[in-house]
Design a protein around this ligand. Structure first.
Ligand code: NAD
Length: 306
């Protein structure tokens, strides 16, 4: 596939909400959507950072300043408030990019007591998608793109007990499980949308290996400045840029030819390059596990979609 961002069609009249858009892939995704004339909503935790990012995006793209929505994915009440705020100002949403994420922090909990990575990367995005579903359903060709990782391949499954990781927390295991959950969720959302006769498309993307804040955020949270410097330096040397890492998300969000329920990114043997369709692991494609994960997630978040 020889796709690049010049292939993104004009997005005039389309509204896109991007989570985690103050840095990394989310910032680059928002910038490219703006350049193609979408109306962009930046959902972010830190109001000052979000406002500065909105100013910067308007300046670098020459497009209208994105709207800022306060969203902490690690707090389900904040997710509910964010969705209400969006619904107060918009009657439809064309694109939801579930991009934000945290990787390998120390053992920390969300506001509701869930393990931080599964809570932020999976539960928060599930709740956000469910709460925005009426607005997505009101759009002509809605898409939900959820950003996963090749790290979903490192785990053999996920259980309800992993949501709290009450005993034996292993940071890489929890990250892998959160990214497995992202794929299971994408495929189950696709199945449920189609069973309900909805025109919503659910797709997954992964960036390969891209130089962003992701690699240093965990060590910073653990107070390990040296580890953050070493990992950050190594990543800058070998990883592709954040802009290139955003291509699979942008492809999934905008290419006319996508296949419902597909997963796009560089091949799993590479860590960079143009987006192509990749095959998730057998576990990630297990419909029974996806169904159970959905039920546990509805129980944990108190909200359902389809
Ligand atoms: N960079 C890579 O190589 C790589 C590889 C595979 C997958 N990913 C995935 O890409 C996505 C984007 O990460 P990135 O690489 O741009 O990293 P990043 O750290 O630059 O960006 C992550 C964003 O998520 C936001 N975020 C974290 N916790 C949040 C919360 N509780 N509420 C709201 N926002 C929150 C951060 O503020 C930040 O803006 C993540 O889902 C990550 O798992 C990245």
């Amino acid at each position: 596939m020889t796709w690049s961002t010049v292939d993104i069609p004009t997005l005039t009249g389309r509204r896109a909400l991007v989570t985690g858009a103050t840095s990394g892939l989310g910032y680059e995704t928002a910038a490219e959507l703006l350049r193609h004339d979408a109306t962009v909503l930046l959902a972010a935790r830190n109001a000052d950072k979000a406002a500065a990012t909105a100013d910067r995006l308007a300046a670098v793209t020459g497009r209208p300043r994105p709207e800022v929505v306060a969203l902490d994915l690690a707090d389900l009440d904040s997710v509910e408030r964010a969705a209400k705020t969006v619904a107060e100002h918009h009657d439809q949403l064309d694109l939801l990019i579930n991009n934000a994420g945290v990787m390998a922090p120390p053992h920390l909990a969300t506001a509701q007591g869930y393990e931080l990575q599964i809570g932020t990367n999976h539960l928060g995005h599930f709740a956000l998608t469910a709460r925005l579903l009426p607005l997505l359903q009101a759009a002509g060709e809605p898409r939900v793109v959820t950003v996963s990782s090749f790290m979903h391949k490192t785990v053999r499954g996920i259980s309800q007990g992993d949501f709290r990781a009450a005993s034996g927390y292993r940071k890489w295991d929890s990250y892998g499980k959160s990214k497995l959950a992202n794929v299971l969720f994408t495929l189950e959302l696709d199945r449920r949308a189609r069973a309900a006769g909805s025109h919503l498309l659910s797709l997954a993307a992964h960036p390969g290996y891209a130089s962003t804040h992701l690699q240093t955020a965990g060590p910073v949270l653990a107070g390990n400045a040296l580890e953050a410097r070493v990992i950050g330096g190594f990543t800058k040397l070998v990883a592709q840029s954040a802009a290139a890492g955003a291509w699979p998300s942008l492809y999934a969000a905008t290419a006319p030819e996508v296949r419902p329920g597909a997963f796009y990114g560089p091949s799993f043997f590479e860590y960079r390059g143009a987006p192509k369709e990749v095959t998730p692991t057998r576990t990630a494609r297990d419909p029974e596990l996806a169904r159970r994960l959905w039920e546990w997630t509805v129980e944990a978040t108190g909200v359902d979609a389809f």
